[in-house]
Ligand binder design. Sequence first.
Ligand code: MV4
Length: 456
Amino acid sequence: MTGPGAERQTVFEKVLIANRGEIALRIHRACREMGIKTVAVHSTADADAMHVRLADESVCIGPPAARDSYLNVPAIVSAAAVTGADAIHPGVGFLSENAAFAEIVEAHGIAFIGPAPAHIEAMGDKITAKRTMRELGVPCVPGSDGPVSTLDQAKAEAARIGYPILIKATAGGGGRGMKVAEAPENLEEAFLMARRESAAAFGNDAVYMERYLDQPRHIEVQVAGDSHGNAVHFGERDCSVQRRHQKVVEEAPSPALNATEREAIGKVAVDAVTGMGYRSLGTFEFLYENGEFFFIEMNTRLQVEHPITEAITGIDLVRLQLQIAAGAPLGLRQADVSFSGHAIECRITAEDPVTFQPRPGRVTDYHAPGGLGVRVDSALYSGYAVPPHYDSLIAKLIVHGSNRNECLLRLRRALDEFVIDGLPTTIPLHQRLMAAPAFINGDYSIRWLEQDFLAG
Ligand code: MV4
């Protein structure tokens, strides 16, 4: 499962960053600190982007629409070939979990900074992912052990699993193609709707069934495995504060777990990484309810919320990801990973803070907060025009404190200092969230933001 040249070198000379915005900047920073040259690729809408300015070289790969630029595989691979990049970092979103892209990159003798294509593909198919995990001893949500293709089969499975039932797309993720059946009389409609939505969204109408968990928390475990059989975990993140499957706030550690649960879930994830021979950073997503963990999905990429894990462990995860992709051993054992304090990330988007309508525009004035324990990952600057073509995330505010309360006090202070003028942002939403009793008490589920906080 090692990439080309894995044994030959310990670090890359030049990395092409196949992404944009704050994450492209984050990857550039890791490369620069490692003495690695960077190539920025960008659409015509991103010619003035911060990562383009900072990179050693840049290549325009197409017009604004992502499908013509950041998803344009021939343009990206050509840019790598022309600039002599020896590796491509896909960032998050876009091509980061596209197994065919990883394969094409490697076929061109360029290292893909991520896992083996076979692992991306296996985890991209949610039934294969669950089956793999179940065989490795990872607890999964009770459900069908494979696709459910007929209504009769769905009825039989539902009777066995018990209601309420959730029907999910095999090709899914992000909540599309998901339908709940509360009782037997709702099953037919839910089954047919889930299949129809899955076919429309993914070109694949295969679905599977699970027991529906009503008020779980979304808790994910950050792991890393190398090409020498070593694996560690970096603890968990609680990402339950979501709206329409978009994370809004994340924190580490989860306020819901005790030390025993934390250790247990970390061990489960590490054993699965070792069992799979998985190489790279990865994240195991679990639903947690009534003291029980259930695996739902594995992400085979760097995640947007990785900085909170960096804050509590002091480890540069992007540097580690680059080293692993170059074939280096992890260089740390589980006992070397120590956890300190508490971290919270607020995702700030260029959206109306009440309606969540995207509001791109020009930043007329910008001032980022600072001070002890405050990190801002953002590609914004005064005068920058946020383009309308992409995700509305414009800044991540990551605050670390020696305990959760100190972290909260510091986060409120940092939010009050943050100035982004010229366009509406979700900073006021975060200010209200950080004053909400349920958040302060750590007492929230995946339903809380939409059903209580925003509804009430
Ligand atoms: C679930 C669930 C309840 N029960 N599975 C949402 C997208 C996909 N990643 C999995 N998702 C869910 N799976 C069972 N058996 C509830 C969700 C879910 C959710 C999960 C994590 C974070 C936010 C969520 C919001 C709505 C639904």
